[in-house]
Ligand binder design. Structure first.
Ligand code: ANZ
Ligand code: ZN
Length: 844
């Protein structure tokens, strides 16, 4: 009786064996340094331990597992770690809703997820597991804060911040997605609070320039980072207020060429001059109402949809013309960008155009398309292209691109303004008025002011004994024992900072911790970092294109400047995987379209789940769930099982020796044996190349094809014949090895059933034999006007175009068409592409 394929029995067995034998343990630094094997640090973005592994995770980590296992078989020294981004809001929400302490909650969730990873057979080195919410870890997060503070890169200021009324938490700009909280989706509002920032803007230029170094990153992510940093070159200049010459309005423009087209000026609602300019009480009331209305909008929303404003009653003087223009206050100008004020040029800026049209403000054209006139009354939209200057005094007639510079030069020469570079990038708001995070190591003393905690006093422990009411924000504010302390300078009673750091701080350096996770004297062992970093392959979702991936780059650059690391970019290669959809929507609990990895594994086994999820489509694209696909993957593994197990008797473990000694490496004749050997080696090459390019779905189908051909082989060949048996055995063994990264458990079981003893996971990736893979040769018959004129030998996979070329390259063919006009060239292929091809030429 033949064994049936029973994944539920074999999978736990092998997982246990792999664990007992420690086969995924990272090689020690010493052996990596001395060895000749290349190092390969494969990192999946570490997850938040929600306690529930979903399909998105599963896809991500399966992709990673295939690549890491493949690298291991290729002979690389592989570091493939996993850990937990364990601080953050959900654990605290759980505490509020269920009265479970975040510590306990987290400690319940982590083993659940670890079990799920193990259930899937992911090859993580669990000895290196890290948890960012443990004091061993966050003491170093705090240590980095102190270092940043020392270097002037951490500072505190009052700032209007985005606020989520539902989570009762401050949101960084990056956490506001289309005006909503990135986590709970409720509309964000705005508030003024004391906040801690990291001065990432000091690194804006380096972050921008070094994008050039990230050649192995998806172009999409590089573009998103460039836009996020948002460098713009322009001119900043000042305008006196008419009748109040001590008041000056500073504006930033990227279009100095349009200065003569300014017909009004706009201040942001929060601009510091608004209150001095507005004299009329009715207008002042209106301004207050506008501010009130804007409070519920985020910056992005205001810039996009805002268009409400009021005339202040005052006028500014255009320094180029001496002309007076009205000063308005409006919501579409942001207080936080540039100078918080603009010169409005409705003829050439679309937002100004709409604002002016609605209020009947004048529109003056100063740039016209070459050879064309523009009438402001006729314009349907702003003209934003380059052109020729008009109505621009001494600059008339200049191409606008030139006038950009001549006007900027003029302003600089006359001390009206200066060239200026501005960035969209804001300093990174790191503080959270939340409990579940690393406490910011700062002490406030009435005599000494703001005092950093001494390094040797780290970690500042997060007290466990606090109350979670869900009201009024941060429970730490009521934790007396925590707050009351003594000043490190003067020893008098002092208070601790109660803000904690956002989790993006934790994840900005975790990739460094993995190289020496138990290091106690430093955040990481410098030698280990020098050895393993940078990460060779980083994989995660596109949603991190700007957030995490800019912060981690920034951290790395600061650490470089501190002399702690020798590289400036942490991630050499980046891959962003797509999401999993079902019925056209992202899988989510609220949509009730979740398929759980547990159910799949229970029903079909982990190997089927893995093969299926990879087979869904290209790994970097979103994929649509398909129930039929699961069945298909399961049937494939069953076929593979039967192929190997049913033919176990015929399997020749010494096929390799036989092959070389008997000289059948490249059977010359056209036979099933030759075809199978060719297919075997074609597949070796394709699967390896596909894995390196993350084309895992096509790799799987290539393996399926080889399996099908091998399954057909016994009927076509004579397995009593030694040559046939050898080539067949090779195909079976190669199949097990190629499939191993994708479906490791079944391969391991079959491998042992065929009499092998060492783990299949530790085998060498099969070697590609180019000669064996060389494609079949077929005859190409060339006819000219119905008569055979040439017989040529061509490769069977030559496309029509190549066949035509080969035909015309033949001298005999040339002789017969010389001096004639070609009327028709037809390529004829035999059924299933087997046998000779024909090129038919008609020439008169
Ligand atoms: C006059 C002008 C004329 C402008 C023109 C554009 C086109 P980026 O590329 O984003 O830097 N601006 C400046 N500060 C602003 C603020 N705080 N809120 C809203 N808008 C602001 O764009 C800079 C341009 O955006 C500036 O150039 C300014 O409008 C506007 F035909 O000045 B411009
Ligand atoms: Zn003090």
């Amino acid at each position: 009786m033949q064994d049936r394929y029973r994944p539920q029995e074999i999978e736990p067995k092998w997982q246990q064996r792999w664990r007992d034998d420690g086969i995924f343990r990272t090689p020690p630094v010493e052996s990596v340094v001395s060895g000749e094997k290349p190092k390969f640090y494969y990192l999946d973005m570490y997850p938040y331990p929600s306690g529930d592994l979903h399909m998105g995770h599963m896809r991500n980590y399966t992709i990673g597992d295939v690549v890491a296992r493949y690298r291991m078989m290729r002979g690389d020294n592989v570091l493939h770690p996993m850990g937990w981004d364990a601080f953050g809001i959900p654990a605290e929400q759980a505490a509020i809703q269920r009265q479970v302490h975040p510590r306990i909650w987290t400690e319940q969730c982590i083993p659940k997820m670890r079990r799920q990873f193990d259930m899937l057979g992911i090859s993580f080195d669990w000895d290196r597991e890290i948890d960012s919410s443990k004091p061993e870890y966050y003491r170093w997060t705090q240590w980095f804060f102190l270092k940043f503070y020392e270097r002037g890169l951490a500072y505190k200021k009052k700032a209007p911040v985005n606020w989520c009324p539902r989570c009762e938490v401050v949101l960084a700009n990056e956490e506001v997605v289309s005006g909503r909280c990135w986590r709970c989706d409720s509309p964000a509002t705005s508030r003024e609070l004391d906040q801690w920032f990291f001065r990432i803007t000091a690194y804006a230029d380096r972050l921008l320039q070094d994008i050039e170094l990230l050649e192995e990153w998806p172009e999409r992510v590089r573009v998103m980072q460039r836009n996020w940093i948002g460098r713009s070159e322009g001119v900043e200049f000042e305008m006196p207020v008419a009748g109040a010459e001590d008041l000056r309005i500073s504006v930033f423009t990227t279009r100095p060429d349009t200065c003569y087209g300014m017909t009004y000026v706009v201040l942001a609602l929060e601009h510091h001059l608004v209150d001095s300019l507005v004299k009329d009480p009715a207008t002042a009331k209106r301004v207050i109402a506008l501010r009130e209305q804007a409070r519920s909008l985020t910056d992005t929303q205001r810039a996009a949809q805002g268009k409400d404003g009021v005339f202040t009653g005052s006028y500014a003087i255009n320094p180029l013309t001496g002309e007076q223009v009205p000063i308005w206050v409006a919501d579409y100008v942001l207080a936080e960008y540039g100078t918080g004020a603009i010169m409005a040029v409705p003829a050439h800026d679309q937002r100004d155009f709409e604002f002016a049209r609605e209020r009947g403000l004048p529109i003056r054209v100063v740039i016209e398309p070459p050879g064309q006139r523009l009438d402001p009354d006729e314009m349907q939209q702003a003209y934003i292209e380059p052109g020729v200057q008009v109505n621009s005094g001494p600059f008339d007639g200049q191409p606008s691109e030139q006038a950009w510079h001549t006007i900027a030069d003029y302003m600089e020469a006359h001390s009206i303004g200066r060239r200026k570079v501005n960035y969209k990038l804001r300093d990174w708001l790191i503080s959270r008025q939340r409990y579940w995070g690393a406490p910011i190591p700062i002490i406030y003393c009435d005599s000494c002011g703001t005092v950093p905690v001494a390094e040797e006093d780290l970690p500042v422990l997060l007290p466990l004994n606090v109350e979670f009411t869900g009201k009024g924000g941060n429970p730490l504010e009521k934790a007396r024992d925590f707050i009351n302390t003594t000043c490190p300078h003067c020893g008098r009673p002092a208070r601790r900072e109660t803000d904690t750091m956002g989790t993006f701080v934790d994840s900005s350096w975790y990739f460094l911790r993995f190289v020496s996770p138990r290091e106690n004297a430093a955040p990481f062992d410098k030698n280990a970092v020098a050895m393993w970093m940078p990460v060779d392959q980083y994989v995660g979702g596109i949603e991190h294109a700007t957030l995490h991936l800019i912060y981690a780059r920034f951290f790395t650059k600061v650490l470089f400047d501190m002399g702690l690391v020798k590289f400036q970019e942490p991630f050499a290669r980046l891959f962003t995987q797509g999401m999993v959809y079902k019925d056209g929507a992202k899988m989510s609990k609220s949509r009730r379209n979740v398929v759980s990895p547990d159910d799949m594994c229970e029903k079909y086994g982990a190997d089927t789940a893995r093969v299926f999820i990879l087979f869904l489509g290209p790994a970097d694209e979103d994929a649509e769930w398909s129930d039929r696909g699961v069945e298909g993957s399961f049937r494939f593994l069953n076929r593979f099982w039967r192929l190997a197990v049913a033919n176990a008797e015929l399997f020749d473990p010494d096929w390799r020796a036989t092959l070389t000694s008997a000289g059948w490496r490249t059977p010359s004749e056209d036979s099933p044996r030759r075809a199978l050997r060719r297919k075997t080696h074609e597949t070796i090459q394709k699967v390896g190349a596909d894995i390196q390019r993350f084309h895992l779905n096509t790799a799987v189908s290539a393996i399926m094809e080889l399996a099908n051909q091998a399954a057909d082989f016994p009927a076509q060949a004579n397995l009593q014949d030694r040559a046939d048996r050898t080539v067949f055995s090779e195909a079976i063994e190669v199949l097990m090895l190629l499939l191993c990264p994708f479906a490791p458990h079944i391969c391991e079981e079959v491998w042992h059933k065929l009499g092998k003893s060492e783990s299949v996971c530790l085998q060498q990736w099969p070697k590609f034999d180019a000669e064996a893979a060389a494609s079949e040769q077929v005859t190409l018959v060339v006819q000219v006007n119905g008569k055979v004129r040439a017989r040529l030998t061509v490769s069977a996979d030559a496309a029509d175009e190549l066949l035509r070329e080969a035909a015309f390259a033949s001298e005999r063919v040339q002789r017969h068409i010389e001096g004639k006009r070609l009327e028709k060239v037809v390529v004829v292929r035999p059924a299933e592409d087997k046998g000779s091809r024909l090129v038919n030429i008609v020439a008169r």
